[in-house]
Design a protein around this ligand. Structure first.
Ligand code: GDP
Ligand code: MG
Length: 270
């Protein structure tokens, strides 16, 4: 799932991550609709293949807050959606046929932080707090092409400090086993040091160094989405679909869903 303020590049990023155009046929909103617009959630399923393994991945795009005039509790629609998925799972699990339950629980929420400010805004703190007991929150610095490498470093340090200071519980990468080889440990260290990932999205393919690549063409040069010296896009994608997919699912099941389930049972018996 992607969440965060409108216009931070959420739809563009999921599109870049999984090569789909999510909003090809989205109708343009007229002014009136825009004012009344509430958070509207859309779900897309894509088939991806990762090292010969076929995966069915569901992407939940949330058009984001900031479009509506009143944004108090803008996270409510999202937390309700997550709860509904838990509720459905809980019902299926308590039913007669428990063998083939379709798991629609939300395993990860990418939360977009704007690159323009000085760290987190109150709304970011509230939003992540509202989500943290329900889903694995992975904070991202959006539109990282707006920042120089030094600014990115500073922004990351700042966001990490504030996450700690405000007691926000974001997804924690698990410690790696002590018997892993040195190369693996190094990669793991780099991954943890790169958080919150700074990302760049693009829906256009440009020509760079004789190759057609996903990038953003500016008068002064080309920003390459999949170049790890430009942003952490590749790290994020690897983490999501290669290295940490199972852990994200495990935490959802063992921690977030268990909490939900315990609350349900408590309510039923009290
Ligand atoms: P959403 O409302 O969060 O889904 O944002 P969109 O994906 O619709 O993007 C909003 C605008 O930002 C569009 O004009 C995009 O082309 C642009 N955009 C998207 N990603 C990036 C990025 O990484 N960097 C920059 N500079 N612009 C971006
Ligand atoms: Mg969008």
């Amino acid at each position: 799932m992607v969440a965060g303020e409108s216009g931070l590049g959420k739809s563009t990023l999921v599109n870049s991550l999984f090569l789909t155009d999510l909003h090809k046929d989205r109708k343009l909103l007229n002014a009136e609709e825009r004012i009344n617009q509430t958070v509207e959630i859309t779900k897309h399923t894509v088939d991806i293949e990762e090292k010969g393994v076929k995966l069915k991945l569901t992407i939940i795009d949330t058009p984001g807050f900031g479009d509506a005039v009143n944004n108090t509790e803008c996270w409510k629609t999202i937390t309700d959606y997550i709860d509904q998925q838990f509720e459905q799972y809980f019902r299926d699990e308590s039913g007669l046929n428990r063998k083939n339950i379709q798991d629609n629980r939300v395993h990860c929420c990418l939360y977009f932080i704007p690159p323009f400010g000085h760290g987190l805004r109150p709304v970011d703190v509230h939003f992540m707090r509202a989500l943290q007991e329900k889903v694995n929150v992975v904070p991202l610095i959006a539109k990282a092409d707006c920042l120089t490498p030094v600014e990115i470093r500073r922004m990351k340090d700042r966001v990490r400090e504030e996450i700690e200071k405000f007691g926000i519980k974001v997804y924690q990468f698990p410690d790696c086993d002590s018997d892993e080889d040195e190369e693996f440990k190094q990669q793991d260290r780099e991954l943890k040091e790169s958080t919150p990932f700074a990302v760049i999205g693009s829906n256009t393919v440009v020509e760079a160094r004789g190759q057609r690549i996903r990038g953003r063409l500016y008068p002064w040069g080309i920003v390459e989405v999949e170049n790890s010296s430009h942003c952490d896009f590749v790290k994020l994608r690897n983490m999501l679909i290669r290295t940490h997919m199972h852990d994200l699912k495990d935490i959802t099941c063992d921690v977030h869903y268990e909490n939900y389930r315990a609350q349900c049972i408590q309510q039923m018996t009290s």
